[in-house]
Structures are given as structure tokens and as C-alpha cells.
Design a protein around this ligand. Sequence first.
Ligand code: LP5
Ligand code: MN
Length: 256
Amino acid sequence: MNKVKLQGPVWLASDIHLGPATPATAEAFLGFLDAAADEAAALLLPGDIFDAWIGDDVVQVAPPWLATALQGLKRTAARIPLWLGRGNRDFLIGTDLAHALGAHLLSEPALLETDYGRILLTHGDEYCTDDTAYQQFRTMVRDPRWQAEFLAKSIPERMTMAQQARGESQSANQMKSAEIMDVNAQAVEAAFRTAEVNILVHGHTHRPARHVLEIDGRRCERWVLPDWECDHANPPRGGWLIIDRDGLTPYDLDNA
Ligand code: LP5
Ligand code: MN
């Protein structure tokens, strides 16, 4: 597990799901990246930055939407430390992308040492243990052998597979209950105990909230980051969290 020492205000955002079909979301995110470079001491993006990431070699042949997003990330990384985490859509982000951007990779989970104390940060899909179909899929795609085989395929082949997987995921999700797709309480408790922290931040579930829990007599907080959608949602949504010496503060894209 990475220990990330951070001083000054830290900005966090996840589940932006950048892709070819979401120009308004990309524009909002690029504005956010510039604001972070001006005001934050570090920017942490714990996963699902991209709608689907099929391998770092796409950087070599980036279509315009991706080239613009990468330029934005690189511009920010040149001014403040940028940390990238991996989500269930972009688990194939690797050291080549980090290197190309001048960014760092977050472990899963990562232990942040902030001005407000120790905070555990991760994407969050690992806590959705009631969703057994997803956990099976996760085990498959996190296997280094599966990844090596997938990455050996051509880019067009990988793009087709990613589109197919997105389609299957969307139809599978329509059949699942909201509870199954949320985090499992025991999995969350185990994370607090193992890391010995009182604060956990994650994304993935698209249910932004601050949950207060009591674990072994300790008061713990689980903060959930929102997803971003400015193209197909009215009003547009998105947001981030700022951690400074006074605590954690959520910000909405709408009234930022
Ligand atoms: O992503 P989202 O929000 O829709 O749902 C997630 C879980 N789904 C996923 C799958 C991804 O969306 C797929 C895109 C990944 C692209 C990455 C690179 C390419 C990899 C190619 C893989 C073959 O993460 C969803 C959860 C939900 O979050 C809430 O937690 O429920 O889980 C599922 O939908 C899993 C399904 O239940 C079962 C698996 C469907 C995928 C089947 C793959 C078929 C591949 C065919 C390729 C030839
Ligand atoms: Mn996710």
C-alpha cells in the first residue's frame, strides 16, 4: 500500500468517465484541472477517469478528445503532484501513462497522510462484494496473465471488446438491485480495521455522501465521491472533495 505524504489542500475527484461521447464533461473537467493547478497542493484521481482504458499504448495514437484530455492532465502534473488511481473502467492504466503525463500511480488502496490526518483512498469497487458477477469479472481482468493476453491484441480488437463489455455491463446492471451494486458493510468495516484509519474516501457507486459509522467504538466516516456527467444529465453533475487542515469539504460542479 502506498503511503502518500501530502501537505496543503488536496483535491480529489473520480468517475469522470472521459470518452469520445462526452465533450461537455471533458470541458468541465479541463476547467477543474486548471483550477486544481492554481489552488491545490496536489490532485488525486482515484479511478474511472476514463470511460474505458484499453492500454497505455493508445497514447501513441490518441484521437483528438483523448489528446486534449491528456494535455490537460499533463499541464496540471507539471504544476502540482498528480496521482492517478485505477478504477473498474481504467484498471489497465500503467506506468507508461503515468510517465507520459508526469503523474504518479496510487496503490489500491492508498494511505494518505494529510493535514487532517490519515485517510484511506481507493476506487471502491472492491467493496461491492454482494455483486458476485462483477467480482468474478474483476478477478478475471485483474489477473496479470489475462491482462498480458488482452494487451497483446490489436487496438481495434481491444476497442471492440471494451465496447462489448460496456454493453454487457449496462444490461447486467439493469437487472441488479441498487443494494447489490452498493458497498458491502462488512467489506467497508474490514477496510477501516486493516488500515487503522477513521476516514475512508472512495468513488465508484455514484452515490455521493458522507456516512458516519461506529466501528469498534471508533467514530468513522466514509466519504463517497460523485460521478461526472455533463452531456446526458440535466442538470449536469460532477464534483470533488477538498481535504485541508479543517477537514473534508465537498464541492459541486454546479455551484462551484
Ligand atoms: O462500469 P459500470 O458502471 O457500467 O458497472 C460496473 C461493473 N461493470 C464493469 C465492466 C466495465 O464497465 C467494462 C468496461 C471495462 C473497459 C476496460 C477495458 C477493456 C476490458 C475488456 C473486457 C473484456 O466494471 C458492473 C457493476 C457496477 O459497476 C456496480 O458496481 O455491477 O459489473 C458488471 O456489470 C459485471 C457483469 O455483471 C458481468 C460481466 C459483464 C462483462 C462481460 C465481458 C464480456 C466481454 C466480451 C468481450 C469479447
Ligand atoms: Mn467505477
